[in-house]
Design a protein around this ligand. Structure first.
Ligand SMILES: NC(=O)c1ccc[n+]([C@@H]2O[C@H](COP(=O)([O-])OP(=O)(O)OC[C@H]3O[C@@H](n4cnc5c(N)ncnc54)[C@H](O)[C@@H]3O)[C@@H](O)[C@H]2O)c1
Ligand SMILES: [Zn+2]
Length: 366
């Protein structure tokens, strides 16, 4: 499947995907309300090196844009960096009709969206995602946030970008681990909503995929179809949380540990395996499908070490996860491949068992 140029219209903003989106981007900037805006681009050291030059070369209006650089890494999706960004905007004269471009992965899209939406009660922003994970997931759907203390995405708001421009060519400089991390979210989209997509993904060899645009398009269509039913995440959008309850807890603990840190998608793989086990135990995901999911995930991804992670710490974080009422541990589980159900409660014992299940697959115990 090759998609040279595609536009997906969400409820509030367009998403452009293409091997060369610059034509669309130039025309958008020249004809939209932003034609006279002063533009700020948020980058990190990697997107400054690998992505900014091609943007600057091809998009006339941003030649004189202000560049604000932050440090890469989840540990910098923090209040401290948010403060730095607000301070830079203030110092460099940003105002309500300025425009912010978030040029980066999920960290920059999440944080750039958050600081834009809060600065002077909201400056418009456009996401230009540069990682696979951000292209299929983080740049769309309007969730913006920073991490706070040891927990992910604790401070944030729902706020849509004005547009999203996706250039799959950016993926050519992305490290393999990051590609796999994004592929985990693609797999999640299949498991929660589209059994045929799962069938299509199963035989793919991730490192041999040269044209990502079809998969990016398909994943966005799935995410968008769910988000538009429930933009504020009160019910049906929770289907997108599959793998993310245990996943976020494992990710937060690994970040806290500070070494051998798991990437977001890697933690989601652990979460999807544990939560597939819970799906089998609690809502009857057929054992053949549980086996198929675990086999494919263990084949495509290496066993991630959660050996130093205490089950009690995972439970503690789950109790404080904003997706949960602290007294009931609710999960999004899958009844069968392609069908997710929300608000399925699991006990502490079930959860511990699911973690043991993952560890047994890795031949390790915690
Ligand atoms: N808002 C949402 O709906 C949503 C959904 C999923 C994930 N997220 C968030 O996304 C974040 C993870 O995002 P991520 O996986 O993109 O990580 P990231 O933003 O940390 O980027 C990963 C690394 O790749 C580098 N990089 C980015 N683009 C590059 C390129 N083209 N070439 C070379 N290097 C490049 C970055 O500098 C960074 O070092 C997490 O904080 C997660 O919570 C948000
Ligand atoms: Zn995710």
């Amino acid at each position: 499947m090759k998609y040279h140029q595609k536009v997906i219209k969400t409820t509030n903003y367009p998403i452009y995907i293409g091997d060369n989106i610059y034509k669309e981007f130039n025309s958008y900037l020249n004809h939209s309300k932003f034609k006279d805006s002063n533009i700020f681009i948020i980058v990190d050291e990697n997107t400054k090196t690998f992505c900014l030059p091609s943007l600057q070369e091809n998009v006339e209006k941003i030649k004189n844009a202000e560049i604000i650089q932050i440090k890469s890494g989840e540990e910098n999706k923090s209040l401290r960096t948010a403060e730095l960004l607000w301070a830079e905007l203030l110092k460099r004269g940003a105002y309500r009709s300025s425009l912010i471009l978030n040029l980066g992965g999920g960290v920059i899209c999440d944080m750039g969206g958050f600081i834009s939406s809060t600065f002077q009660r909201g400056i418009p922003y456009i996401n230009i995602p540069t990682t696979l994970l951000a292209q299929v997931d983080a740049s769309i759907g309007g969730k913006t946030a920073i991490d706070f203390y040891d927990a992910k995405n604790q401070i944030g708001l729902f706020s849509d970008p004005d547009a999203v421009f996706i250039n799959p060519d950016f993926l050519s400089t992305l490290p393999y681990r990051q590609i796999f991390s994004g592929f985990a979210e693609i797999i999640k989209h299949a498991l929660i909503k589209d059994a045929n997509y799962w069938k299509m993904l199963k035989p793919l060899k991730v490192l041999e995929i040269s044209d990502w645009s079809g998969l990016i398009f398909h994943s966005i269509v799935i995410k968008n179809s769910i988000v538009k039913l429930d933009p504020l995440d009160n019910n049906q959008r929770k289907r997108l949380n599959f793998g993310h309850n245990i996943g976020h807890a494992v990710e937060s603990l690994s970040l806290k540990k500070g070494k051998d840190t798991l990437l977001h998608g890697e933690a989601v793989v652990v979460g999807m395996i544990c939560e597939s086990f819970l799906s089998h135990k609690k809502i009857g995901l057929p054992s053949a499908e549980l086996n198929e999911i675990t086999q494919i995930l263990m084949e495509k991804f290496p066993p991630y070490s959660i050996v130093d992670t205490k089950k009690e710490d995972i439970l503690q974080l789950l109790r404080f996860d904003k997706k949960n009422n602290p007294r009931v541990l609710n999960f999004t589980l899958i009844k069968k491949i392609g069908k997710a159900l929300i608000n399925k409660s699991c006990s502490a014992e079930d959860i511990k068992e699911s973690i043991d299940f993952y560890c047994s697959l890795c031949n390790k115990n915690i």
